[in-house]
Design a binder for this molecule. Structure first.
Ligand code: NAD
Length: 337
């Protein structure tokens, strides 16, 4: 069992207001080693994209509270990008982290994506980008720097130019480990067969409606690569509020997921619970990133992973999702998906 001091109490403690009232939370979060990085990270990671108002408009104080709640709950791995809210997420996260000791969390950010259609994986841009992120986040180094959505760029450039540039940043102590992210699974072996990286981040490929990341796991294990899976709620598909208008899934996927949600509702269960429990049950995935700016959702997510999964409901939901199982959508350059 790991012991965590509430951040609110920790702040009071630092300010000397109530040094005798430090409360210690007994939290049941589990931790796994992120491949060859050796970092012991929480099985539930905090995805900070909502801090950039990606899903809905949020104010800064709400975002800061969410980050502090995540750390209170034993989450020690935080993922962000300059792309989220066009630097807003990094700025809000930086403010939230200002009062937290640097050794209480592992921080991952990204390079290469700067807008819906703005990509630049050149050595010059990514080098400047790391320095800009460090400034916004208010830290001297990040634990993990990831090339963001590489399927939109030239994979050859990522191999020949981007990763070597990040290696130089590593030598300067500005980043500790290097990773790659994106949607189509085939991008990962392309890069890993040509250059060593420490982690991969895959999204929307390990959840109730798509489990294709599992097929790549033996290859990733053979390379001792850290496996980060994001979006267990399918970026909103597997929630009661449903997918937003911008969601790239087909109408059929959205409809069938909505059917599964309604079915769970009829059984008095929030589909998000089943989705989080299912995704987190896979021990080969080192951490699963859920994004939310809502502290209540964060608490629910942590509570749900401690509760037993309803296997019968799971089977019934799989039955409903069968027609769209493993269906994804195109992303990036045609040759990369
Ligand atoms: P997600 O599947 O975590 O879904 C987020 C949505 O679910 C939000 O609308 C949120 O409010 C809602 N939600 C969260 N917990 C809930 C709960 N308990 N009940 C009901 N609704 C809940 O998708 P995501 O946010 O896109 O992914 C998580 C993180 O993963 C991102 O913040 C980001 O850090 C990372 N990510 C990275 C990439 C990439 O690098 N290419 C891509 C996708 C996601």
């Amino acid at each position: 069992m790991e012991h965590f001091v509430s951040i609110e109490r920790w702040n009071d403690y630092i300010r000397g207001q109530s040094p005798m009232l430090v409360r210690v939370y007994h939290c049941h979060m589990q931790y796994r080693t992120l491949g060859k990085t050796g970092l012991r990270i929480s099985v539930l990671g905090y995805g900070a994209s909502p801090l950039g108002s990606v899903f809905r408009d949020i104010d800064e104080s709400e975002g800061i509270r969410a980050v502090h709640t995540a750390i209170d709950l034993g989450i020690n791995f935080i993922d962000v990008s300059p792309y989220y809210g066009l630097t807003k997420a990094e700025r809000v996260l930086g403010k939230a982290l200002r009062t937290i000791p640097r050794d209480h969390y592992y921080l991952a950010t990204k390079v290469g994506r700067y807008g819906v259609e703005v990509f630049d994986f050149s050595a010059k841009r990514v080098t400047g980008s790391v320095d800009e992120s460090l400034k916004r986040l208010g830290v001297d180094y990040v634990d993990l720097i990831q090339c963001h959505d590489i399927e939109f760029g030239s994979l050859q450039q990522v191999v020949d130019e981007t990763i070597p540039a990040l290696e130089r940043m590593r030598e300067q102590g500005k980043v500790r480990f290097i990773g790659i992210t994106g949607l189509p699974l085939k991008i990962f072996p392309y890069v890993l067969d040509r250059v060593a990286v420490d982690t991969i981040l895959s999204y929307c490929h390990y959840g109730l409606n798509d489990t294709t990341l599992a097929d790549l796991v033996p290859y990733l294990q053979q390379k001792d690569v850290g496996v980060i899976s994001a979006s267990p709620l399918g970026m909103g598909l597997l929630t009661r509020q449903g997918a937003a208008d911008w969601h790239p899934a087909s109408g059929e996927v959205k409809l069938v997921c909505a059917k599964a949600t309604a079915f769970c509702n009829s059984r008095g269960v929030d589909i998000a619970k089943l989705a989080v429990q299912f995704a987190l049950a896979n021990q080969d995935i080192h951490t699963t990133l859920v994004g939310t700016a809502n502290p209540d959702n964060l608490r629910k997510n942590v509570e749900w992973i401690e509760q037993p999964i309803d296997h019968q409901l799971l089977e019934e939901v799989f039955g409903i999702l069968k027609p769209i199982q493993q269906q994804t959508w195109p992303s990036g350059r045609p040759e990369n998906h």
